[in-house]
Design a protein around this ligand. Structure first.
Ligand code: UGA
Ligand code: MN
Length: 342
């Protein structure tokens, strides 16, 4: 009797197992949980360098899939307001579909503050770093040259072996500006290089490209109107295809005057006639060159007096821990180029 039961059990066992396996496969095919990063081309690109962080929004992959990715290169440096600036930026960028944030720290190593921030930012992020050589850290000299070049190098390295078309748009997003969501809708359709007005810049309420019959014919600006492209860094976007087909276009230290970085860069990749005006023929301000006031820390005690340690600025950590980054490779060639150029 017992052995009969046992042989029946043995007969049934494989079938039970098959049913369990089929059920398991079925459930693993179910839609991805909300943890999947939102578009952004995945966010790969080096050990630890790229971190597609958790996104809370439900996956809307089908309508987004056709959209070109917007790559926002943001240079950033350690100071008391850094985390506040990055928080404000992330709160905007998180609402933009298929945006890949390339954060480039002006530092010898990735700081703990920014690393932690990126991990919880809730959008696809790539975290790079390159220090500005000390001799260039002076008032009156252009800022963030090396950091923007590191972002460009990463982008080219990531895309050069992929076949076209690779729909994408690059935009330089400084960490202290204010960006409307409409701006991203406008720049998304950039074919080569697009331009638009920037608020609160050049000593005026705004600067803007002057447009006639759908073409840029001049610049409305209060400062150095002789610039070939009298436009702020926040006033243009470039298609990924243009970045890839001009592999030598970079920001230059040598011969670069303050406020000429944008012109020097754009000269290498386009002409004024070619520019695509956005924001209703450059009649709407969708981005503002806001600048954060330097904070008053006059009453900050010299030594730590509080009972808790609150993270506000990364300077302490980054000074203590100069970790060699596994991501150095992505900017090293660019840095070498800078050194040879000088
Ligand atoms: C203006 C332009 O809007 C910038 O795009 C341009 O880089 C800058 O002038 C310049 O002179 O080079 P401004 O507001 O004066 O901007 O410059 P910041 O906002 O102080 O710096 C631009 C970006 O570089 C920011 O994202 C900032 O975080 C970063 N930065 C600044 C560094 O990475 N390292 C620094 O030492 C200073
Ligand atoms: Mn600024």
């Amino acid at each position: 009797m017992k052995s009969q039961l046992f042989s029946r059990f043995l007969l049934l066992l494989p079938w039970v197992l098959i049913v369990i396996i089929v059920l398991d496969i079925d459930s693993s095919r179910a839609p991805l949980p909300a943890l999947a990063p939102r578009g952004g081309g995945g966010g790969g690109g080096g050990s630890g360098g790229a971190r597609p962080a958790a996104a809370r929004a439900p996956p809307q992959r089908r309508p987004e899939a056709a959209l070109p990715t917007i790559y926002a290169i943001t240079p950033t440096y350690s100071r008391p307001v850094q985390k506040a600036e990055l928080t404000r930026l992330a709160n905007t960028f998180r609402q933009v579909a298929r945006l890949h944030w390339i954060l480039v720290e002006d530092a010898a190593a990735r700081s703990e503050l920014v690393s932690r921030f990126v991990a919880g930012a809730g959008l696809p992020c790539t975290h790079l770093h390159v220090p500005t050589p000390r001799r260039y850290k002076r008032p009156g000299l252009p800022r963030a040259t090396e950091q923007r070049n590191a972002g460009l190098a990463w982008l080219r390295q990531r895309h050069q072996h992929l076949p076209p078309p690779q729909p994408g748009v690059l935009f330089f997003a400084d960490d202290d500006n204010t960006y409307s969501l409409e701006l991203f809708q406008e720049m998304r359709t950039t074919r080569k290089v697009s331009v638009w007005p920037v608020g609160l810049v050049g000593g005026r309420r705004y600067e803007r490209p002057v447009v006639e019959n759908g073409k840029v014919v001049g610049w409305y600006t209060g400062w150095r109107a002789d610039r070939p492209f009298a436009i702020d860094m926040a006033g243009f976007a470039v298609s990924l295809q243009v970045i890839l087909s001009h592999p030598k276009a970079v920001f230059k230290r040598r011969g670069s005057q303050p406020g000429m970085q944008e012109s020097d860069f754009l000269k290498q990749i386009t002409t004024v006639e070619e520019l695509e005006p956005k924001a209703n023929n450059c009649t709407k301000v969708l981005v503002w060159h806001t600048r954060t006031e330097k904070v008053n820390l006059a009453n900050e005690p010299k030594y730590h007096l509080d009972t808790v340690n609150i993270e506000l600025t990364s300077s302490e950590q980054s000074l203590k821990k100069k970790r060699a980054s596994s991501f150095s490779l992505s900017w090293a060639p660019e840095e070498r180029h800078q050194k040879i150029a000088r």
